[in-house]
Each structure stands twice: as structure tokens, then as C-alpha cells.
Write a protein of this length. Structure first.
Length: 131
């Protein structure tokens, strides 16, 4: 199966992080609760891809970001994904749902569908010295 670079955005509100429930008709990972993100286009850097994806999915303009970790994930369609996960510490606009079923704030990592997203939040919390 193919391999792809993807980006993941982590947006915090205190101990809560923003997640999306993907649409039922998505070709990849339908109806899961996950951190927002998407594929990197051939002509863009991972930072440019993160900015584009957050604008497309959440209608926010990313101002400041920091790489938290890189993960490997095999999506439900078999695609091998190399994920660059960023903490978005500053952005313009208020997040609203543009492409998922819904977005919401979550505190419990056990409510995430993907182990790779759970790992990402654990790494971030360890970096920040929080649980």
C-alpha cells in the first residue's frame, strides 16, 4: 500500500484538547474520534501543510506551532502514514467544524479512537509536566 506524510494539530484549552469525529462516509478511518490533521501535498513543507489543514478543517490561521513528536500509523485503508504532530500554541479565529461530523473538547485520552493519538497526547503531557 502507499505511504504518505501527514500532519496532526494539537490545540489545547487547559487540560482539554480539540478533537474531531470523522464523517461516516470518509474513505479513511470513518466515524473515529481523533486529533485533526491531514495529508501533506508534494509541493509543501509540513509546516505549510499544518497551516493549510487547520484552515481547511477548523477555519483557524496558525501563528505559532511546535513539533511534539513523529509517529507512524497504518490507516484503515492500509495507507502507511508518517505523522508529524504539532502543538498549536497560537492561532487566529475560533475553531469551528468545516469537514468532520463535529469537533469538541476532550480531556480523557481514552476517548480517542486511535492509539497513536493517545500516544501523542501522552508525549505532550509529559513534555509539559502534566497528566
Amino acid at each position: 500500500m502507499s505511504e504518505a506524510d501527514v500532519v496532526v494539530g494539537i490545540i489545547l484549552d487547559g487540560n482539554k484538547f480539540l478533537v474531531e469525529r470523522r464523517k461516516l462516509d470518509e474513505k479513511i478511518d470513518p466515524d473515529i474520534v481523533c486529533l485533526p490533521g491531514g495529508h501533506v501535498n508534494a509541493d509543501e513543507s509540513i509546516e505549510e501543510a499544518l497551516k493549510r489543514e487547520m484552515l481547511e478543517e477548523l477555519d483557524i490561521k496558525v501563528i505559532n506551532m511546535k513539533l511534539v513528536c513523529k509517529n507512524f500509523y497504518i490507516a484503515s485503508n492500509g495507507e502507511k502514514q508518517n505523522a508529524s504532530c504539532f502543538l498549536i500554541s497560537e492561532y487566529e479565529g475560533a475553531p469551528h467544524c468545516k469537514s468532520a461530523q463535529k469537533i469538541f473538547w476532550e480531556e480523557d485520552i481514552n476517548n480517542l479512537s486511535l492509539d497513536v493519538d493517545k500516544k501523542t497526547i501522552r508525549v505532550l503531557r509529559k513534555m509539559q509536566g502534566t497528566r
